[in-house]
Every structure is written in structure tokens, then in C-alpha cells.
Ligand binder design. Structure first.
Ligand SMILES: Cc1ncc(COP(=O)(O)O)c(C=O)c1O
Length: 373
């Protein structure tokens, strides 16, 4: 590799049947959401995730929006969720007038700390939104027990972990309703895209209706309620299908990337590397993530600047929901503190780990990385 060539944080891998299926879309003229790849992708994806129904949508954010609406969450309802996640988790809740109730992170997996959920449950709690962050799943048994004990729904955001398993069961198979993203940094991509998955036929039907403007079945262009255009195109589904065929290989490749970094970076002092495993799952390294320990005299922004100068792409961690200016302006989370999440948001970042990167690029990224410490 050229000594200053940039190693990007992500490049997708599109060398399976992607071109073949895309050509089929063009040759047949099926480019809208009515095309045949949609149904095939929905069925095959749902089955791989251990679910009865899949509803393809235009991205992972609207999958969450539709999930919250389909569950009937409304003004004043409370939904427990991690503070450390992406904003669309919380905005799906606030958009229907419901209230996100936040939980701090586990310092090792960076997922929500399951020991802190029960204390947040009130008579208004209607759902727990579980978000599987980076490489390891949330400890689902504890969440399922709480959902049964208090009769609370589970929304499972599996956007980052298709192909991961919790105690041998696919991640995304646990929620009353589960959501996935197919953005290009995900294990399978459709460019932009998402999926809702469930075993409940009524929820599935409701999501289908919400996705397509809530047309009444008896008479098109007549509507009892307002829906959305969240449809995925046949072109996106063509990509998704080709990607799905190779998902298991992709997961192996991600694990290999994780192993290389674990080996090469373990000797660097002051780094908390991506946890390789817990009792219930091995990491799939959606991204290869690192948190700087206190002994390192700079934070993630400085690390990212330094990496940028030596041609290593890096991105910061999520920023906590309780510190989001938009929510503070809305009067939410006033005075709330979540020290673990605040720390990882400031001191965490991830380095090149996309599926399209070669082992040579990963090794070079690790070698360059070491020089900033
Ligand atoms: C945990 C999580 N949820 C939801 C999303 C949103 O997905 P999309 O970018 O497809 O809207 C993402 C995107 O990265 C995510 O990481």
C-alpha cells in the first residue's frame, strides 16, 4: 500500500449476484416497490432472522417510526431505551408524543445496562426499546423477564447486528417488533433501506399499511388514517437479496477483522478494545470500536484528527440522548446524568472495518494507529 493512501472507515462489498439482479430490474422494468424482489427479500430475510414476517422499508429510521406507531404508542406513554444510541431511536418515540426514559450503558459491552431498567419502570411504561450496539447483543433474557413481569412490549433495534445471535437465536427475533437498517456500513446493504420483522400478523399488516399511505383495501385512494411512503424499491431489494446470500461469509469476515485488530492492538496501553465475547455471544464487530482509558491524555476527537493526518478513517461514537441540544430544547432529560455513556461518547471511536477492506488495509490501519500513542 502507498504510505499515505487513505484507509476508509467503510467500503461495502458488492461482488456477488448484485449486478445480475440489478440488471434483471432494468431488463424487466421492475424498478418500483411493486417488483418481485421485494417479496423474495422480505421472506428470505425474515426467515434468516427467525421471524414470520418481514416488511421492507426505505431505511432503518423509518422502520423504528413505523414500529412505534404500529404498537400504538402515544402521548404520555413511556419507553425505556439506552441514552447511548443514534437519535432516530428517541425521535421515533418523541414524534408520537411518547417519552423516552433513558438508561446508562454497560461499561464493557456499551449496550444498555440491563440492571438499571427495572428502576425506570412506572405504570406509564409501555415498551422497552432494546438497541444492540456495535458488536455484542443486549442480554435479552433479563429484558424478556421484565417485559413479561410488567406486561411491556419490546421493540428490538437490530440495525447493526443482522447475523448476530444471542444464545444461539438470531438477534432481531426477540422483539414484539424488530427493526433493521441496510445502510452501506451494515452487514448487508441495499444502499439505503430497512426492514421491520415480527411474528404477529396484525402488527405486520399494520406496518404494511403504514408503509404505503394506509390505502383502504376495498377502495384505493380512500384512507381512514394517514400513512407514509416508506416503500423500498425493487432495485434496493435486488441488492439486498444478493447480499443476504452471502451474509454468513460477511459475518466471518467481520470476525476476522476483529481478530486482526485484537491481536495487533492488544499491546497498546490505555485502550479499551472492542470486547471479543460475553457468556452469551461472540462479537460480530459491526465496527471495530475503541474507548480511550483515562490514562490517555486526549479524547476521541483528538484521536480522530491524528488518525486523519496519517490516512486512517475513523468516526466518533454516538452522542448521548440526554445531551442532545434538540431534546434539551424540548425540555427533556433535565439534570439527568449517565456517567458511563457520557464517558464512552467522549472517548470512543471506531476505525476502518468495512467489508470491502482487504486484510492488508486492516493490518496497515493497525500499524498506523499504533503510531499516534
Ligand atoms: C442502532 C441504529 N438504529 C437505527 C439506525 C438507522 O438506520 P438508517 O441509517 O438506515 O436510517 C442506525 C443507523 O446506523 C443504527 O445504528
Amino acid at each position: 500500500m502507498n504510505s499515505n493512501e487513505l484507509i476508509p472507515v467503510n467500503t461495502p462489498l458488492l461482488d456477488g449476484n448484485e449486478k445480475k439482479y440489478l440488471n434483471e430490474c432494468i431488463d424487466t422494468g421492475w424498478i418500483s416497490s411493486e417488483g418481485p424482489f421485494i417479496k423474495e427479500f422480505e421472506e428470505k430475510f425474515a426467515s434468516k432472522m427467525g421471524r414470520k414476517y418481514g416488511i421492507a422499508v426505505s431505511n432503518g429510521s423509518v422502520a423504528l417510526d413505523a414500529a412505534v406507531i404500529a404498537l400504538g404508542l402515544t402521548r404520555g406513554d413511556e419507553v425505556i431505551m439506552p441514552t447511548f444510541t443514534i437519535i432516530c431511536c428517541a425521535s421515533a418515540i418523541t414524534r408520537v408524543g411518547a417519552i423516552p426514559v433513558l438508561v446508562d450503558s454497560d461499561p464493557f459491552t456499551w449496550n444498555m445496562d440491563i440492571s438499571k431498567i427495572e428502576e425506570k419502570i412506572t405504570p406509564r411504561t409501555k415498551a422497552i426499546m432494546v438497541v444492540h450496539i456495535y458488536g455484542l447483543p443486549v442480554e435479552m433474557d433479563a429484558v424478556i423477564d421484565l417485559s413479561k413481569k410488567y406486561n411491556i412490549k419490546i421493540i428490538e433495534d437490530a440495525a447493526e447486528q443482522h447475523g448476530q445471535h444471542y444464545k444461539g437465536k438470531p438477534v432481531g427475533s426477540f422483539g414484539d417488533i424488530s427493526c433493521f437498517s441496510f445502510y452501506p456500513n451494515k452487514h448487508i446493504t441495499t444502499g439505503e433501506g430497512g426492514m421491520i420483522a415480527t411474528d404477529d400478523p396484525e402488527l405486520a399488516q399494520r406496518c404494511k399499511s403504514l408503509r404505503n399511505l394506509c390505502f383502504k383495501s376495498e377502495r384505493r385512494f380512500v384512507h381512514d388514517e394517514l400513512g407514509y411512503n416508506y416503500r423500498m424499491t425493487n432495485i434496493q431489494a435486488a441488492l439486498g437479496l444478493a447480499q443476504l446470500e452471502r451474509m454468513d461469509q460477511f459475518i466471518q469476515k467481520k470476525r476476522r477483522i476483529g481478530e486482526i485488530y485484537n491481536q495487533l492492538l492488544s499491546e497498546v496501553k490505555g485502550l479499551q478494545l472492542n470486547l471479543a465475547k460475553t457468556e452469551y455471544a461472540d462479537s460480530i464487530y459491526w465496527v471495530y470500536a475503541i474507548v480511550l482509558k483515562d490514562e490517555i491524555p486526549f479524547d476521541a476527537s483528538e484521536a480522530i484528527n491524528r488518525l486523519d493526518k496519517i490516512g486512517v478513517g475513523a468516526r466518533p461514537f454516538f452522542w448521548c440522548m440526554h445531551e442532545q441540544p434538540v431534546f434539551v430544547k424540548m425540555g427533556l432529560f433535565s439534570g439527568e446524568k449517565y456517567p458511563i455513556a457520557e464517558n464512552i461518547a467522549r472517548r470512543g471511536f471506531y476505525i476502518p472495518s468495512g467489508l470491502g477492506l482487504t486484510e492488508e488495509q486492516i493490518v496497515t490501519a493497525a500499524e498506523r494507529f499504533k503510531t499516534i500513542f
